[in-house]
Design a protein around this ligand. Structure first.
Ligand code: TRP
Ligand code: ZN
Length: 501
């Protein structure tokens, strides 16, 4: 049917992970570990939980109750100590100062939260760094450290429903997370001239005390001070012009829309910046490390064009600006930091920009409540790559689907993407079989139901937390069809589904 050639996307057989990159991090890890691409094939017994048996999503306060002690985890079955229970964060006010020469970060974080149970103690997540002082509503509070948990004892009991503000003063040399979740290094990564800060899934705690789990979203204010001549880039928009005093410049950023902690950034270094607006009038902030100066205009232009296009396909853009950052740290991967995806050491192809910008809807505006539902982020963003390629006249989504389907030996058939594994969260099944799930759905219900469904999905859950079950239910409602078998075969069975028609 297609007049297009076969898709020129990277051959699936040489790309064992889905992580979108010039060069894949997990692929590197696998290659180092075993020296073969198959090292990334699922190694655990293939389990196929039925969708109906799925556990409730993690939600603020959902962690196991311990009397009036807030739980040390928010209740994610696969990441039991991530996030915390007993409260719900509304806002982070982060005042940060970073000195690349000494690699020292000094921070003062004020966290505004609401108790969802009575609390005599509660936790924040913090990895390393020395805490010098904690206050709750201005009064000195006790605190202890236990691994990555900062346990806080306010002087008085906080009652269920109370709003409270906890302030934490801290400093030290941030250490990124290493090898957790099969991801290599992530979190706060120092560079010669600053820092490359990419925190998925749980690296926000490497630079600020947080409820570090996507099921507790909050708004953010950042005030970041760096040596004069450097740029500090965070989420949302800059409020006012940077102020320089005594050789240091302070940048003030505000993200006024709810954001998951892993999408927060304070990327700093020598950057060239271009600002302006897209054709539809959306503000754009593009920044590139000096060595990528030749990519600044293309990053700026493609980012505006793609954001505008996605707003016609996925529904209104959820945030107040768009953008992108190319740093010279050779991570080889990209991350969908809210309002400003970051590209680690490469000039991204438009399809990669399309992937990261699609995440602004899928992952950033609509966030998952537990990591095993990650296909709702990566499957959608990968399908967006195919849609972009089709829009740009490169290859069709259908040809991409068929090319993956044709490889019966692909290890992704053993990995049901509807249950992303903590030990291999960003595997190729979550990305590619996740995208194929959407294509199978589209073919089953037709374009006239599929695209309205996607827009209804982003509209109904804007800034919220979503589950796979909610998507299946909405797909059934919009299409008027029973889709349980389709989703079960594509998301939850450890085998290649029957061909689509
Ligand atoms: N979500 C990223 C992507 O588009 C991949 C990713 C996962 C990542 N964890 C990360 C990137 C940590 C940087 C840091 O596909
Ligand atoms: Zn992605």
């Amino acid at each position: 049917m297609s007049t297009h050639p076969l898709p020129p996307f990277p051959a699936p057989t040489t790309t064992p992970t889905g992580v979108r990159a010039g060069r894949s991090l997990s692929a590197l890890i696998c290659a180092v570990a075993v020296g073969a691409v198959t090292a990334c094939a699922p190694s655990e017994g293939a389990v196929a939980p039925s969708p109906a048996a799925a556990v409730a999503p993690a939600s603020p306060g959902a962690g196991a109750s311990r009397g009036t002690m807030g739980a040390p985890g928010i209740g994610d079955p696969d990441f039991p100590s991530d996030g915390n229970g007993g409260y719900d964060v509304q806002h982070y006010d982060l005042r940060l100062s970073y000195d690349p020469a000494s690699r020292k970060l000094a921070g003062s974080a004020t966290i505004e939260a609401k108790a969802v149970q009575d609390l005599t103690s509660f936790d924040l997540d913090l990895h390393g760094l020395a805490v010098s002082r904690v206050t709750v509503d201005g009064g000195a509070a006790g605190f202890t450290r236990n691994k990555d948990e900062l346990v806080i004892e306010p002087g008085r009991r906080i009652s269920n429903g109370d709003r409270f503000a906890v302030a934490v003063d801290y400093s030290g040399v941030p250490e990124p997370m290493r090898d957790s979740a099969n991801l290599g290094k992530y979190g706060f990564i120092s560079t010669p001239d600053g820092a490359f800060v990419t925190c998925e899934p749980n690296g926000a705690k490497t630079w600020f005390p947080s409820n570090d789990h996507p099921s507790d979203k909050a708004t953010y204010d950042f005030q970041i001070t760096v040596p004069e001549g450097l740029t500090a880039i965070a989420n949302g928009e800059m409020t006012g012009t940077p102020q320089t005093k005594a050789g240091k410049t302070t940048f003030v950023w505000r993200e006024k829309h709810p954001m998951a902690s892993y999408l927060a950034t304070m990327t700093t270094g020598k950057f060239q910046v271009r600002t302006g607006t897209s054709d539809k009038g959306l503000p754009i902030y593009a920044a590139v490390a000096d060595s990528f100066h030749g990519s600044l205009d293309q990053l700026f232009t493609e980012t505006g064009k793609i954001t505008d296009y996605w707003s016609t396909v996925f529904g209104p853009y959820p945030f107040s600006s768009t953008g992108g950052v190319i740093d010279d740290y050779a991570a080889g991967y990209a991350l969908e930091n809210q309002t400003k995806p970051i590209y680690g050491g490469f000039s991204p192809e438009p399809t990669i920009i399309a992937h990261e910008l699609a995440h602004q809807w899928f992952g950033d505006s609509l966030s998952i409540g537990r990591w095993r539902d990650l296909w709702l982020n990566e499957g959608f963003a990968t399908y967006a790559e195919w849609l972009w390629a089709e829009h740009a006249g490169q290859y069709t989504a259908d040809s991409a689907f068929r090319r993956y389907y044709a490889n019966a030996a692909d290890p992704m058939w053993n990995y049901p993407p509807g249950t992303a594994r903590a030990s291999d969260l960003f595997g190729s099944a979550v990305y590619n079989r996740g995208a194929m799930t959407l294509h199978a759905l589209r073919r089953e219900i037709g374009d006239d139901k599929f695209f309205p469904l996607i827009r209804e999905w982003t509209n109904a859950h804007r800034y919220g937390t979503v589950t796979t079950q909610e998507f299946i239910a909405l797909a059934e409602r919009v299409s008027g069809k029973n889709l349980k078998e389709l989703f079960d075969a594509w998301l939850f069975q450890p085998r290649r589904p029957a061909p689509i028609t």
